[in-house]
Design a protein around this ligand. Structure first.
Ligand code: HEM
Length: 386
């Protein structure tokens, strides 16, 4: 614990942050790059400090909660064993084989939308797409998708309220869903037919995974996928609506869609932050932190840091993306990135193919999502038909 009380430098739940998170985090990065708040302890905003944290797991631990979290909430050497186990699930061959199913889901959701003039993208496409794709990836029935989407929204709301009791209830609820899925497979001997069944046969350190570990892995994948993918879909379609030249370029050069995704999501990050805890006293940007301090790394600010990205507010799909922290870095770098990149590429390919124009709805402004979510809670757009 900190040896002396620290006065607060900012309030991550203030009205100014909720109104425009990106610019509020930009201001913090310039004015107070390592800031304290009662709600979260220390928040780090600069790219260079965040890189330092990501590459020093011996000083900055991921064991931030007493709940099992596989592998996000683990440190070396335990982390490596579980990480090795999950990585093959996101290999290129698997992702490629899953692409037609993602495209089928995108087309099915897009068909009724493309025939109506104005559409609220988050409810009509982004959230159901993310939830249905996740069900398909896990081998769960499509009817589970609305429950997964509702669960994710409730989880986000409880995180915002920092309501530990509701968060625990939601974790138990998810565990119930997983337990059903595992028991159904045990009864019907669905061995070998889907990702969930495959996971049930995995071993770690010479023993089978237990049910709590399987539930934690599936929860991390689900939280990782549904929130970030639906948010990213909103951010990407908003960017195309506002930047007509980019939309035009991608219509003419669909092979640049993958580069555009990395750049748009650098410019407007879909994931706001992740947590660490200091294991020893450290100095970050002249701030002295004790051992045992809570630390939040703010991805949105890091990816808009002018020390690293020239003219960070400018969308430039030719930009060198090697410093982009969209997927993190170091031992916890996102294992799901190849899957996420494929899903988002498929969404843009399908939207661009089935419409002649994507524009913001003139009468209805988009509504920004509130922290801890990013992107948009409502995004009304007008689609031009082919
Ligand atoms: C646009 C979509 C996504 C973004 C922006 C994103 C971003 C990230 C970032 C920044 C981290 C590092 C967290 C840290 O250092 O604390 C991470 C970790 C992780 N992500 Fe993703 N992610 C996305 C999609 C996914 C998907 C689709 C999955 C799986 C289905 C996934 C599973 C995970 C897991 C399991 C980790 C923890 C890895 C570890 O601790 O070793 N993510 N993600």
């Amino acid at each position: 614990m900190p040896s002396s009380p620290v006065s607060d430098h900012w309030d991550p739940h203030s009205e100014a942050v909720q109104r425009d998170q990106r610019h509020a985090y930009d201001r913090m990065r310039e004015q107070c790059p390592v800031a304290h708040s009662a709600a979260q302890g220390w928040t780090v905003f600069r790219h260079t400090d965040i890189q330092h944290i990501l590459h020093a797991p011996e000083t900055f631990s991921n064991v931030v909660s007493r709940h099992l979290s596989v592998p996000n909430g683990m440190d070396p050497p335990q982390h490596a064993a579980f990480r090795q186990l999950i990585e093959p699930y996101f290999g290129m061959a698997r992702v490629r084989a899953f692409e037609p199913e993602c495209r089928r889901i995108a087309r099915q959701l897009l068909a009724p939308i493309a025939e109506s003039d104005t559409v609220e993208i988050m409810d009509a496409f982004a959230r159901p797409f993310a939830a249905r794709v996740q069900c398909a990836f896990l081998g769960w029935p499509e009817e589970t998708a609305p429950a997964l989407a509702t669960w994710t929204l409730a989880n986000q709301a409880a995180t915002l309220q920092q309501d530990r009791e509701v968060l625990s209830q939601l974790a138990a609820e998810f565990e119930g869903l997983v337990q059903d899925a595992l028991e159904r497979r045990r009864r019907q001997d669905l061995s070998g037919q889907d990702t969930t069944s495959e996971l049930m046969r995995e071993t770690v350190e010479g023993r089978p995974l237990d049910d709590a570990e399987i539930a934690s892995i599936l929860r991390n994948w689900t939280v990782g996928e549904i929130g970030t993918i639906s948010t990213s879909v909103g951010i990407l379609l908003h960017a195309l609506s506002e930047h007509g030249h980019l939309q035009e370029q991608l219509r003419n050069q669909p092979d640049r869609i993958a580069d555009a995704i990395e750049e748009v999501l650098r410019w407007h990050g879909p994931l706001v932050d992740n947590r660490r805890i200091s294991l020893k006293p450290v100095t970050l940007d002249e701030q002295q932190l004790d051992a045992g301090e809570r630390i939040t790394i703010n991805w949105v600010a890091a990816n808009r840091d002018p020390e690293v990205f020239t003219a960070p507010e400018t969308l430039d799909i030719d930009r060198d993306q090697s410093a982009n922290l969209l997927w993190g870095a170091g031992i916890h770098v996102c294992p799901g990135a190849p899957l996420a990149q494929m899903e988002l590429r498929v969404v843009l390919e399908e939207f661009l193919h089935h419409t002649s124009n994507i524009a913001l709805e003139p009468g209805e402004a988009p509504e920004m999502a509130h922290y801890p979510a990013s992107g948009f809670s409502r995004l009304p757009v007008r689609l031009g038909r082919q």
